[in-house]
Design a protein around this ligand. Sequence first.
Ligand code: PEP
Ligand code: MG
Length: 317
Amino acid sequence: RRRELLADSAGPGRTADGAPVALLLNVGEGDPDEAGAHDSEGVGLLRTEFLFLDRAEPPTVAEQTAAYARLFRAFDGRTVTVRTLDAGSDKPLAFAGTGPEDNPALGRRGFRTARVHPELLTDQLAAIRAAADGSGARVRVMAPMVSTPAEAAEFVALAREAGITEAGVMIEVPGAALLADRLLPRVDFVSLGTNDLAQYTMAADRTLGTLPDLLDPWQPALLELVGTVGGAGERSGRAVGVCGEAAADPLLAVVLVGLGATSLSMAAPALPAVRHALAHHTKQECRHLAGLALAAATAAEAREAVRAAASPDVADL
Ligand code: PEP
Ligand code: MG
Protein backbone atom coordinates (compact mmCIF):
# COMPACT_ATOMS: atom_id res chain seq x y z
CA ARG A 1 0.00 0.00 0.00
CA ARG A 2 2.79 2.37 0.99
CA ARG A 3 4.61 1.72 -2.26
CA GLU A 4 1.44 2.38 -4.25
CA LEU A 5 0.83 5.63 -2.40
CA LEU A 6 4.30 6.81 -3.13
CA ALA A 7 4.60 5.66 -6.71
CA ASP A 8 3.69 9.07 -8.09
CA SER A 9 6.01 10.90 -5.76
CA ALA A 10 8.81 12.66 -7.66
CA GLY A 11 10.01 16.13 -8.52
CA PRO A 12 10.15 19.30 -6.46
CA GLY A 13 8.28 19.61 -3.14
CA ARG A 14 4.92 21.36 -3.35
CA THR A 15 1.87 21.72 -1.16
CA ALA A 16 -1.48 20.68 -2.71
CA ASP A 17 -2.02 24.30 -3.80
CA GLY A 18 1.45 24.59 -5.34
CA ALA A 19 3.45 26.43 -2.67
CA PRO A 20 7.08 25.32 -3.13
CA VAL A 21 8.81 23.57 -0.21
CA ALA A 22 12.33 22.56 -1.25
CA LEU A 23 13.07 18.94 -0.36
CA LEU A 24 16.75 18.56 0.40
CA LEU A 25 19.16 15.89 1.59
CA ASN A 26 21.20 15.53 4.74
CA VAL A 27 24.60 14.26 3.62
CA GLY A 28 27.36 13.04 5.92
CA GLU A 29 29.81 10.66 4.43
CA GLY A 30 29.43 8.24 1.62
CA ASP A 31 29.63 8.50 -2.12
CA PRO A 32 28.77 12.00 -3.37
CA ASP A 33 27.75 10.62 -6.77
CA GLU A 34 25.26 8.30 -5.10
CA ALA A 35 23.89 11.15 -2.96
CA GLY A 36 23.55 13.32 -6.05
CA ALA A 37 21.60 10.62 -7.86
CA HIS A 38 18.64 11.03 -5.50
CA ASP A 39 15.58 12.95 -6.59
CA SER A 40 16.19 15.96 -4.32
CA GLU A 41 16.49 19.68 -4.89
CA GLY A 42 19.96 19.68 -3.35
CA VAL A 43 21.70 19.35 0.00
CA GLY A 44 20.17 21.10 3.02
CA LEU A 45 22.82 19.92 5.45
CA LEU A 46 26.31 18.76 4.52
CA ARG A 47 27.79 17.58 7.80
CA THR A 48 31.48 18.25 7.14
CA GLU A 49 32.70 16.49 10.30
CA PHE A 50 33.41 13.32 8.27
CA LEU A 51 36.43 15.09 6.73
CA PHE A 52 37.86 15.84 10.18
CA LEU A 53 37.07 12.69 12.21
CA ASP A 54 39.73 10.11 13.15
CA ARG A 55 42.63 12.38 12.32
CA ALA A 56 45.49 13.83 14.33
CA GLU A 57 45.57 17.02 12.22
CA PRO A 58 42.85 18.83 10.33
CA PRO A 59 42.70 18.26 6.56
CA THR A 60 44.58 20.87 4.52
CA VAL A 61 42.75 23.49 2.48
CA ALA A 62 43.72 21.57 -0.69
CA GLU A 63 42.32 18.28 0.67
CA GLN A 64 39.11 19.94 1.73
CA THR A 65 38.76 21.75 -1.60
CA ALA A 66 39.05 18.45 -3.50
CA ALA A 67 36.40 16.76 -1.32
CA TYR A 68 33.93 19.67 -1.57
CA ALA A 69 34.48 20.00 -5.32
CA ARG A 70 33.57 16.36 -5.84
CA LEU A 71 30.33 16.80 -3.97
CA PHE A 72 29.46 20.08 -5.68
CA ARG A 73 29.93 18.37 -9.07
CA ALA A 74 27.40 15.70 -8.10
CA PHE A 75 24.86 18.47 -7.37
CA ASP A 76 25.43 20.51 -10.51
CA GLY A 77 22.54 22.97 -10.92
CA ARG A 78 21.26 22.34 -7.38
CA THR A 79 21.73 23.96 -3.96
CA VAL A 80 24.40 22.66 -1.59
CA THR A 81 24.29 23.94 1.99
CA VAL A 82 27.63 23.33 3.67
CA ARG A 83 27.63 23.40 7.43
CA THR A 84 30.96 24.51 8.82
CA LEU A 85 32.67 22.22 11.30
CA ASP A 86 30.50 21.28 14.26
CA ALA A 87 33.19 20.08 16.69
CA GLY A 88 32.78 19.42 20.40
CA SER A 89 30.12 17.85 22.60
CA ASP A 90 28.75 14.80 20.74
CA LYS A 91 31.36 15.35 17.95
CA PRO A 92 34.74 15.63 19.78
CA LEU A 93 37.89 16.23 17.70
CA ALA A 94 41.41 16.11 19.15
CA PHE A 95 42.81 19.12 17.27
CA ALA A 96 39.69 21.22 17.87
CA GLY A 97 39.94 20.74 21.62
CA THR A 98 39.04 23.49 24.03
CA GLY A 99 40.47 22.04 27.21
CA PRO A 100 38.51 20.06 29.79
CA GLU A 101 34.91 21.12 30.25
CA ASP A 102 32.45 19.57 32.72
CA ASN A 103 29.50 20.19 30.40
CA PRO A 104 30.74 20.00 26.81
CA ALA A 105 27.22 20.30 25.36
CA LEU A 106 27.16 23.74 26.98
CA GLY A 107 30.77 24.54 26.21
CA ARG A 108 32.87 25.77 23.32
CA ARG A 109 31.31 23.66 20.60
CA GLY A 110 30.04 24.41 17.09
CA PHE A 111 30.64 28.01 16.02
CA ARG A 112 32.12 28.72 19.46
CA THR A 113 35.14 26.55 18.52
CA ALA A 114 36.23 29.42 16.27
CA ARG A 115 36.90 31.52 19.39
CA VAL A 116 39.67 29.05 20.26
CA HIS A 117 40.75 27.90 16.78
CA PRO A 118 39.80 30.64 14.29
CA GLU A 119 41.98 29.14 11.55
CA LEU A 120 39.85 25.98 11.41
CA LEU A 121 36.92 28.11 10.23
CA THR A 122 38.80 30.49 7.93
CA ASP A 123 40.59 27.58 6.22
CA GLN A 124 37.33 25.75 5.75
CA LEU A 125 35.58 28.80 4.28
CA ALA A 126 38.52 29.30 1.89
CA ALA A 127 38.26 25.68 0.74
CA ILE A 128 34.49 25.91 0.24
CA ARG A 129 34.90 29.11 -1.78
CA ALA A 130 37.65 27.56 -3.94
CA ALA A 131 35.56 24.45 -4.60
CA ALA A 132 32.45 26.49 -5.40
CA ASP A 133 34.30 28.55 -8.00
CA GLY A 134 33.52 27.12 -11.37
CA SER A 135 31.20 24.42 -10.01
CA GLY A 136 27.62 24.51 -11.26
CA ALA A 137 26.15 24.14 -7.78
CA ARG A 138 24.59 27.00 -5.81
CA VAL A 139 26.82 26.78 -2.75
CA ARG A 140 25.86 28.37 0.55
CA VAL A 141 27.34 28.03 4.03
CA MET A 142 25.88 27.93 7.53
CA ALA A 143 27.36 27.83 11.02
CA PRO A 144 26.22 25.41 13.74
CA MET A 145 25.37 26.34 17.35
CA VAL A 146 24.90 30.06 16.95
CA SER A 147 23.32 31.63 20.07
CA THR A 148 22.94 35.35 19.37
CA PRO A 149 22.29 37.82 16.53
CA ALA A 150 25.87 39.11 17.09
CA GLU A 151 27.36 35.65 16.46
CA ALA A 152 25.19 35.28 13.37
CA ALA A 153 26.45 38.61 12.01
CA GLU A 154 30.04 37.62 12.83
CA PHE A 155 29.74 34.40 10.83
CA VAL A 156 28.15 36.12 7.84
CA ALA A 157 30.97 38.68 7.83
CA LEU A 158 33.59 35.90 7.83
CA ALA A 159 31.82 34.13 4.96
CA ARG A 160 31.62 37.34 2.93
CA GLU A 161 35.33 38.01 3.61
CA ALA A 162 36.03 34.58 2.15
CA GLY A 163 34.05 35.55 -0.97
CA ILE A 164 30.99 33.40 -0.27
CA THR A 165 27.82 35.25 -1.20
CA GLU A 166 25.13 33.24 0.59
CA ALA A 167 25.54 32.67 4.34
CA GLY A 168 23.18 31.64 7.09
CA VAL A 169 23.15 29.98 10.49
CA MET A 170 21.56 27.01 12.19
CA ILE A 171 18.99 27.71 14.86
CA GLU A 172 19.72 25.10 17.54
CA VAL A 173 19.68 27.21 20.69
CA PRO A 174 16.46 28.56 22.22
CA GLY A 175 18.08 31.99 22.71
CA ALA A 176 18.64 32.30 18.96
CA ALA A 177 15.07 31.18 18.20
CA LEU A 178 13.57 33.66 20.67
CA LEU A 179 15.39 36.57 19.00
CA ALA A 180 14.62 35.39 15.46
CA ASP A 181 13.13 38.76 14.49
CA ARG A 182 16.46 40.42 15.32
CA LEU A 183 18.68 37.63 13.99
CA LEU A 184 17.13 36.88 10.59
CA PRO A 185 17.72 40.32 9.03
CA ARG A 186 21.47 39.73 9.61
CA VAL A 187 21.66 36.49 7.59
CA ASP A 188 20.56 35.21 4.18
CA PHE A 189 18.75 32.14 5.57
CA VAL A 190 18.43 29.96 8.66
CA SER A 191 18.03 26.24 9.19
CA LEU A 192 16.51 24.75 12.33
CA GLY A 193 18.52 21.92 13.83
CA THR A 194 15.71 20.31 15.75
CA ASN A 195 17.93 17.61 17.30
CA ASP A 196 19.95 20.13 19.29
CA LEU A 197 17.06 22.57 19.63
CA ALA A 198 15.08 19.78 21.37
CA GLN A 199 18.05 18.98 23.61
CA TYR A 200 18.47 22.59 24.73
CA THR A 201 14.76 23.40 24.96
CA MET A 202 13.93 20.38 27.10
CA ALA A 203 17.27 20.24 29.00
CA ALA A 204 17.58 16.60 27.88
CA ASP A 205 20.92 15.18 26.72
CA ARG A 206 20.47 13.86 23.17
CA THR A 207 23.22 11.28 23.65
CA LEU A 208 21.65 9.58 26.68
CA GLY A 209 19.07 7.39 24.96
CA THR A 210 16.98 7.37 28.14
CA LEU A 211 14.93 10.53 27.55
CA PRO A 212 13.15 9.90 24.21
CA ASP A 213 9.86 11.35 25.48
CA LEU A 214 11.49 14.72 26.20
CA LEU A 215 13.42 14.69 22.93
CA ASP A 216 10.27 13.86 20.92
CA PRO A 217 10.16 16.45 18.10
CA TRP A 218 6.37 16.69 18.57
CA GLN A 219 6.91 18.41 21.94
CA PRO A 220 4.75 21.54 21.73
CA ALA A 221 7.50 23.64 23.37
CA LEU A 222 9.85 22.79 20.49
CA LEU A 223 7.12 23.52 17.95
CA GLU A 224 6.52 26.94 19.59
CA LEU A 225 10.14 27.86 18.90
CA VAL A 226 9.89 26.59 15.32
CA GLY A 227 6.81 28.80 14.91
CA THR A 228 8.66 31.81 16.33
CA VAL A 229 11.39 31.37 13.74
CA GLY A 230 8.92 30.60 10.94
CA GLY A 231 6.97 33.79 11.69
CA ALA A 232 10.18 35.83 11.65
CA GLY A 233 11.04 34.24 8.31
CA GLU A 234 7.72 35.28 6.82
CA ARG A 235 8.14 38.86 8.13
CA SER A 236 11.75 39.23 6.95
CA GLY A 237 11.47 37.28 3.71
CA ARG A 238 14.29 34.95 4.81
CA ALA A 239 14.16 31.25 4.03
CA VAL A 240 13.65 29.00 7.06
CA GLY A 241 14.74 25.39 6.63
CA VAL A 242 14.48 22.45 8.97
CA CYS A 243 17.35 19.94 8.87
CA GLY A 244 16.88 17.97 12.10
CA GLU A 245 15.21 14.56 12.31
CA ALA A 246 11.80 16.25 12.69
CA ALA A 247 11.73 16.99 8.94
CA ALA A 248 11.78 13.26 8.10
CA ASP A 249 8.39 12.52 9.76
CA PRO A 250 5.76 13.07 6.99
CA LEU A 251 3.01 14.18 9.36
CA LEU A 252 5.32 16.50 11.26
CA ALA A 253 6.72 17.86 7.97
CA VAL A 254 3.23 19.17 7.18
CA VAL A 255 3.13 20.87 10.59
CA LEU A 256 6.59 22.40 10.08
CA VAL A 257 5.47 23.93 6.79
CA GLY A 258 2.40 25.29 8.58
CA LEU A 259 4.76 26.89 11.11
CA GLY A 260 6.65 28.66 8.30
CA ALA A 261 9.36 26.26 7.12
CA THR A 262 10.26 26.88 3.46
CA SER A 263 12.54 23.85 3.00
CA LEU A 264 12.97 20.45 4.66
CA SER A 265 16.18 18.45 4.69
CA MET A 266 16.37 14.75 5.54
CA ALA A 267 18.03 11.41 4.87
CA ALA A 268 17.28 10.19 1.34
CA PRO A 269 14.88 7.33 2.29
CA ALA A 270 12.46 9.82 3.90
CA LEU A 271 12.01 12.03 0.81
CA PRO A 272 9.16 10.23 -1.02
CA ALA A 273 6.81 10.04 1.97
CA VAL A 274 7.42 13.69 2.92
CA ARG A 275 6.84 14.79 -0.70
CA HIS A 276 3.62 12.78 -0.74
CA ALA A 277 2.38 14.24 2.57
CA LEU A 278 2.95 17.84 1.41
CA ALA A 279 1.20 17.17 -1.91
CA HIS A 280 -1.94 16.20 0.03
CA HIS A 281 -2.28 19.40 2.08
CA THR A 282 -2.74 23.00 1.06
CA LYS A 283 -0.72 25.69 2.80
CA GLN A 284 -3.86 26.69 4.69
CA GLU A 285 -4.39 23.08 5.84
CA CYS A 286 -0.74 22.94 6.95
CA ARG A 287 -1.37 26.07 9.06
CA HIS A 288 -4.50 24.57 10.54
CA LEU A 289 -2.67 21.35 11.51
CA ALA A 290 0.18 23.42 12.97
CA GLY A 291 -2.37 25.24 15.14
CA LEU A 292 -3.67 21.93 16.47
CA ALA A 293 -0.14 20.78 17.36
CA LEU A 294 0.69 24.08 19.09
CA ALA A 295 -2.51 23.93 21.15
CA ALA A 296 -1.69 20.45 22.52
CA ALA A 297 -0.25 19.98 25.99
CA THR A 298 1.87 16.93 25.20
CA ALA A 299 3.77 15.46 22.27
CA ALA A 300 1.39 12.49 22.11
CA GLU A 301 -1.65 14.77 22.04
CA ALA A 302 -0.09 16.93 19.33
CA ARG A 303 0.65 13.90 17.14
CA GLU A 304 -2.80 12.43 17.69
CA ALA A 305 -4.64 15.70 16.98
CA VAL A 306 -2.74 16.15 13.72
CA ARG A 307 -3.14 12.53 12.67
CA ALA A 308 -6.91 12.70 13.22
CA ALA A 309 -7.27 15.88 11.14
CA ALA A 310 -4.73 15.13 8.38
CA SER A 311 -5.62 13.77 4.95
CA PRO A 312 -6.35 10.02 5.33
CA ASP A 313 -3.81 9.39 2.55
CA VAL A 314 -1.08 10.57 4.88
CA ALA A 315 -2.21 9.69 8.38
CA ASP A 316 -1.03 6.07 8.07
CA LEU A 317 2.32 6.71 6.34
C1 PEP B 1 20.50 19.15 14.62
O1 PEP B 1 21.05 19.41 15.69
O2 PEP B 1 19.26 19.04 14.49
C2 PEP B 1 21.29 18.95 13.40
C3 PEP B 1 20.70 18.85 12.22
O3 PEP B 1 22.63 18.86 13.52
P1 PEP B 1 23.37 17.58 14.18
O4 PEP B 1 22.37 16.50 14.33
O5 PEP B 1 24.49 17.26 13.23
O6 PEP B 1 23.86 18.16 15.47
MG1 MG C 1 23.07 20.12 15.76
